[in-house]
Design a binder for this molecule. Structure first.
Ligand SMILES: Nc1nc2c(ncn2[C@@H]2O[C@H](COP(=O)(O)OP(=O)(O)O)[C@@H](O)[C@H]2O)c(=O)[nH]1
Ligand SMILES: [Mg+2]
Length: 197
């Protein structure tokens, strides 16, 4: 039977949620970017005030529904609604922001349930090329007892977004196997094979 899975793309304004969904969606993403009235807080002409939506059909026929959350904190009332029923989350951060860790913290708190369950990955964009640059993010998650994979990504690259999704599916499979006591069992998560997009 064909299944549908809901995945979230989360993170603050400008981290690349809309870009990431557009990079992998098989349909023209439905986005509600409108003129930003909050130019002082963030100098970006367009920003998402409600969700992005995209879709991927996997080789099995199963479908991923991709939702980009509205990043501004004043829309946080929508975050828990979106988290409900989500199979997993791609959390994005932008290392070039003045204080990327403070911005990340907001989402670590808001989505702590999903993050602590391990059904998530973190993609950090615009990182300096130094190898240690990613370590601070790994350490930050560890302090919050969040055990998820962390990648340096450029979400304008489709392969980078597919890498995040692949890692997310692997995470979810491992968690489900642990939950069933590690016994070999029927898979209920999508194949971690590259989606046919
Ligand atoms: N250099 C660089 N630019 C990026 C990256 N990710 C997103 N962008 C750019 O940042 C801008 C904001 O991205 P957007 O997807 O609208 O962010 P959103 O507010 O999270 O939806 C766009 O112009 C993207 O092309 C990245 O990893 N590296
Ligand atoms: Mg957006």
């Amino acid at each position: 039977m064909v299944q549908e899975y809901k995945l979230l793309f989360a993170g603050g304004m400008g981290v690349g949620k809309t870009t990431a969904i557009a990079a992998v969606s098989e349909i023209e993403p439905v986005s509600t970017d409108v003129a930003n009235s909050d130019r002082e807080a963030f100098d970006k002409a367009l920003t998402t005030v409600t969700l992005d939506y995209g879709r991927i059909t996997l080789p099995s026929g199963d479908r991923l529904r991709l939702y980009g959350i509205p990043g501004q904190q004043r829309f946080s009332f929508m975050w828990s609604m979106l988290e409900h029923g989500a199979m997993g989350m791609v959390l994005l951060a932008d290392a070039s922001r003045p204080d990327p860790f403070a911005e990340l913290e907001v989402f670590l708190k808001a989505f702590s349930k999903l993050l602590r369950s391990g059904r998530a990955v973190l993609g950090v964009g615009r990182l300096p090329k130094k190898r240690e640059a990613l370590d601070k993010y790994v350490a930050k998650l560890a302090r919050r007892k969040i055990k998820i994979p962390v990648f340096s990504v450029d979400v304008r690259q489709k392969d980078d977004v597919l890498l995040l999704l692949d890692a997310l599916f692997t995470q979810i499979e491992v968690i489900e196997d642990d939950y069933r006591g590690g016994a070999a069992s029927q898979k209920t998560t999508p194949s971690a094979n590259e989606p046919s997009v």
